[in-house]
Design a protein around this ligand. Structure first.
Ligand SMILES: [Zn+2]
Length: 381
């Protein structure tokens, strides 16, 4: 493995806890996981001939994979590096199998430190991103035009139930009010459902992709199954992005939201993501991470001072199936706890629904403006 890394002029990194490793060259970031027959190259998942194996402290890679990696890297280096710098042609292949010793105690390698500016140097320019034509620009970097609102659940799937209401009705009502608000802002608005119908989780993200959305907002109500006493205490809104869950609480919320899939007979339904799925998702998550978080920041601002309180930090991450396929920044909003009487009453009331829709719309507007301003600083039109 190390020989492959050397050949493509990359550095090799081993993460013993996750049993993953990466090769980082100037051009490519390749990521691998022991036992998983997929690698990612600059975020794109690529199927491998065989899963990397860990044996006796050595990582083993199939010959076909080692060849493919060094060949691809060499081709690209040729295209991108000045002639004097052309690396060896890919003839020098690792033998039968490439191997390396995993680093036993990975030293914290200092990252390439930016050079200290001297007085006569101009201030550093903003991070240079090659301007692309609008067609190539991905959601989250281009101007915000199309918002996809996804009212959770519907039809045979009521979602969570409170004493007097069902999640599917509350989120649809808020979604319709939000549509009106966003229309007024001149945005193109799409709803994954505008009536009481059942739509599969995967279908929702697919619709969003078909509409080429710039932001995916999935609306939900939280709930806990607990004693009446606890239900009185547990309340508040929370915003979620797709991320490997860190707390049991977040995992439980994702499981509840994902459970609709298994309960109501979706094809290929399951309520948790496997390590392989997380691995394959990693690249895409990275692509939309910053902008998804940017939107949650705007939500945190606009929800402050409302009737419903903030729960914990206000932002969590978990494996929400509805967000998995969306090729755009995506946030799931738990408006409040339907299992809490106070939250439920507010979410059921017209006043509450109007207020919630107003706050979300304000966050969307601020998000749109923030992205627009960011683009201006980059000199994009
Ligand atoms: Zn829900």
């Amino acid at each position: 493995m190390e020989s492959v890394a050397r050949e493509i002029k990359g550095s090799f990194h081993w993460y013993p806890v996750q049993k993953t490793f990466s090769i980082i060259s100037t051009k490519d970031t390749l990521k691998f996981a022991v036992g998983i027959p997929y690698m990612t190259r600059n975020g794109l998942a690529i199927e491998m001939a065989a899963a990397p194996k860990l044996d006796n402290g050595h990582i083993w890679l199939a010959e076909a994979d080692a060849k493919k990696i060094s060949y691809k890297a060499a081709i690209e280096a040729k295209q991108n590096i000045a002639p004097s710098n052309v690396p060896k042609p890919p003839e020098t292949k690792p033998d039968k199998i490439a191997e390396t010793k995993p680093v036993e105690t990975p030293k914290a390698k200092p990252a390439d430190k930016p050079k200290i500016k001297t007085a006569e140097q101009k201030p550093a320019a903003p991070v240079v991103v090659k301007p692309k034509t609008p067609k190539q620009e991905i959601a989250g970097t281009r101007e915000v035009r199309t918002i996809v609102i996804d009212p959770g659940h519907g039809g045979k799937d009521p979602g969570a139930s409170g004493k007097r209401s069902q999640e599917k009705d509350i989120v649809l009502a808020v979604a319709k009010l939000l549509r009106k608000n966003l229309d007024d802002l001149g945005l193109n608005v799409k709803l994954t459902r505008n009536k009481d119908v059942f739509i599969e989780l995967q279908q929702r993200a697919m619709l969003a992709n078909q509409w080429d959305g710039d932001l995916f907002i999935s609306l939900h109500c939280n709930a806990i199954d607990a004693t009446e006493e606890r239900k009185k205490i547990i309340q508040g809104y929370q915003f979620y992005v797709l991320r490997a869950p860190e707390s049991e609480e977040d995992k439980a919320i994702a499981r509840r939201e994902n459970a609709v899939a298994t309960l109501y007979g979706e094809k290929n339904a399951k309520d948790e993501l496997s390590p392989l799925e997380w691995f394959k998702l990693e690249a895409r998550l990275e692509q939309y991470k910053q902008t998804s978080y940017l939107f949650t920041e705007k939500l945190l601002d606009s929800f402050e001072g409302g009737k419903i309180k903030k729960m914990n930090t206000g932002v969590g991450g978990a494996g929400f199936m509805v967000l998995v396929g969306a090729m755009m920044p995506a946030v799931l909003i738990e408006l409040g706890f339907i299992s809490n009487e106070e939250d439920e009453n507010y979410m059921m009331s017209t006043k509450g629904q109007v207020d919630l829709a107003d706050r979300i719309a304000e966050a969307v507007e601020n998000y749109r403006d923030a992205l627009h301003n960011y683009r201006e600083t980059l000199g994009r039109k």
